[in-house]
Design a binder for this molecule. Structure first.
Ligand code: ADP
Ligand code: MG
Length: 356
């Protein structure tokens, strides 16, 4: 056995582990496989006009969601959205989704139907079909797997790897809401645990809670880009946090970047709640809060005018040559190196569950 076998997963993290798996499968056996491991979805060449996109995601109880504050209907909706978002991140249209569930003895038929009501609402929203799944038991906990298939015109497919120096960095919607929503829910859970009769206070936080529980894949933006006849040079969906996901684009594209704090789209309620109730710097929340499922993409500079003052899209910076690094310029003009402090399923899980 080589020494390597003793490395803890925590030491290399989720992305390190994916790299290790990828190394075990260095060659492609099928010419249909255009891109396998390493982007938001796999890309398969099945016919002349379109590429097939395929992506799978797991959502596990206590790692990805807490049923204390997650209604099953919302969870069904979110499971489909998270997968549809990966198809959007390739600039594609989702077609069909499979949903696998592993249930423990707590679950009843109405509970499962409630979950699938959320799946149905999401399928209607994205105009896709539920095309299968798998149903099995679990010793303890709810485990959900969604696999989604989509398609994209060959001349519109967008990888993480196409960003070039001078390209503008764009983000859809606003960021940080889902993370602050999570903090609110965790706080209310703690209050409830200590005093079950205390009322849970959620008024005024509706936007934040919706961002956490009911994220929407930005298929509207993918369709708008097609109407504008714009193909981004690179794209990723923001699941782990802006900094982490922007660094994924920079690594895959072999480039650097600069982003400007003054440009960051942060909703006022996200800003206020982070700062006043959790004593958190809204910029940190913007950079590292995950789970918003917005899109991060780069476009050649000539398209810049299209997105100046756009209601759904904000230009936050620029791609640089690799040697210039990856950094943020703060409102006061200081330069900060970007670090990936986003969500990493293993670090979080292992930190909370490891023996001392
Ligand atoms: P996303 O957050 O967009 O779902 P991930 O970070 O989970 O992406 O995965 C990045 C890439 O690594 C994807 O191409 C995915 O298919 C691949 N990947 C992740 N886990 C595994 C695994 N256990 N085996 C093979 N490929 C994996
Ligand atoms: Mg993704």
């Amino acid at each position: 056995m080589s020494k390597k076998e003793y490395i803890n997963i925590e030491e290399i993290g989720e992305f390190g582990l994916i790299e290790e798996i990828k190394k075990l499968f260095p060659d492609k056996k099928r010419q249909e496989t255009v891109v396998g491991i390493g982007d938001d979805a796999a890309v398969l060449n099945m016919n002349d006009q379109f590429l097939t996109l395929l992506s799978t995601d797991n959502l596990n109880e206590e790692v990805h969601f807490d049923l204390f504050y997650t209604p099953l209907k919302h969870l069904g909706f979110k499971s489909v959205s998270v997968s549809a978002s990966d198809i959007c991140a390739m600039n594609g249209e989702p077609i069909g989704v499979t949903v696998g569930i592993a249930l423990d003895s707590r679950f009843t038929v109405p509970m499962v139907k409630e979950f699938y009501e959320g799946v149905r609402i999401a399928c209607n929203k994205y105009g896709i079909d539920l095309i299968g799944g798998d149903t099995t038991g679990s010793y303890k906990g709810l485990f959900i797997n969604t696999s989604i298939i989509g398609k994209v015109e060959k001349d519109r497919v967008t990888y993480r790897s196409g960003a070039g120096p001078g390209d503008l960095i764009c983000v859809t919607g606003d960021l940080g809401g889902a993370y602050v929503g999570l903090l609110i829910m965790q706080r209310e859970k703690e209050v409830h645990m200590e005093a079950p009769q205390a009322t849970i206070k959620l008024e005024g936080y509706e936007y934040l809670i919706e961002r956490l529980l009911k994220p929407e894949a930005r298929l509207d933006v993918v369709r708008m880009l097609r109407e504008l006849d714009v193909v981004p040079s690179a794209m990723i969906d923001i699941s782990d946090g802006l900094a982490s996901d922007l660094l994924h684009i920079c690594a895959a594209s072999n480039v650097g970047c600069v982003i400007y704090e003054e440009k960051f789209p942060i909703d006022p309620i996200v800003y206020r709640t982070a700062l006043l109730e959790f004593n958190l710097n809204p910029t940190t929340v913007f950079l590292s809060g995950g789970e918003d499922y917005e899109l991060l993409f780069t476009i050649p500079e000539r398209y810049g005018d299209l997105f100046e003052n756009h209601p759904d899209i904000t230009i936050i910076g620029k791609i640089l040559p690799k040697e210039e690094g990856t950094y943020m310029i703060s409102k006061s003009g200081n330069k900060y190196e970007l670090t990936a402090q986003g969500w990493d399923a293993f670090r979080k899980y292992l930190r909370e569950n490891s023996n001392p």
